[in-house]
Design a protein around this ligand. Sequence first.
Ligand SMILES: [Zn+2]
Ligand SMILES: [Zn+2]
Length: 345
Amino acid sequence: MRAGVYRGAGRMPVEEVPEPVAGPRDIILDVRACGVCGVDLHAFNAGDDTLLGQIMGHEFSGAALYVGREVDGIAVGDRLTGLPIQPCGRCRRCLGGAVHLCEVWATRSIAFGLPGAFAERLRIPDAVLGGNVHRLPDHAAFTDGAMVEPTAVAVHAVAQAQPPVGEPAVVLGLGPIGIQAGQVLLAAGAGPVIGVDLSPLRREAGARLGMITIDGAGGLDGIRAGLHAAIGEREVAVVIEASGDARLVPQAIELVRPRGTVVLVALYRRLSEFDAMAAVQREVTLRGSVNVTPPDFREAITLLDQRRVRMPPLITHRLPLAEVEQAFRLQADAASSVKVMVTQD
Ligand SMILES: [Zn+2]
Ligand SMILES: [Zn+2]
């Protein structure tokens, strides 16, 4: 079969690779859509040598092509998406209940150690319906299904924030995770939700999905002015930092109210410098958020099923597998894309 194979910084040629081989507890998926994620992009741009030869792609959907005889409840032809992370179940983190922080997940998961979904077909190991494999709602397109994983990342981040109902929340960075965090905040009853980004295209997508948006070009003063116009003297209970710009971490701490929560859900290339006293004297809670748990994934499916989050406004580009490298370049251009999908229709 054909797959995009990571061959160093900026290079992902489509090559002929071996067909996946399924065991009795596995599924083979005929991949229909796979999103380009910031995590993939980070490695693609940085030239991470440890990933040479990796088939990336962990935001996928498709139709079951083969179902192992020990897999329950799934039939050939079912429209599916799945959780890429395969925790080991035996390490301290897994035994402590934090399976998404499994000490070895990155060596044994789809697109992290195992082949990913920028490929014609994908093996899902140890498939469990409702666990690491989920049926798509009937109304959902395959591209919607490929958005479930990043939506679950947003569900996880919002859960760290525990947003109070009816209180303002801010999202810094309206990439796919930021926009989904905005939708999940609104679904959780927070509001208004104010999104900040430099890209007019991304602000427009956020606005279509119910957020008030502010151009980040004006820095902290500009955000403060925009916030005042939007919510007057009301205070911000929660800030989700989803831009990955280390300079916005101190701004997030400044923007949140005393006893508010800042959640960092991005990859940072640089160190961040912030006024620790601003956090101390206002008792700000600062939390990191990474990966997703099976309950986050189920919640994301439910939100899609109930149409409380919408996927199509985020999807700006669809490219065939043959153009996966171009898909990465488009995803890297925040001015002209929100979410780029590699599709096989
Ligand atoms: Zn991702
Ligand atoms: Zn583990």
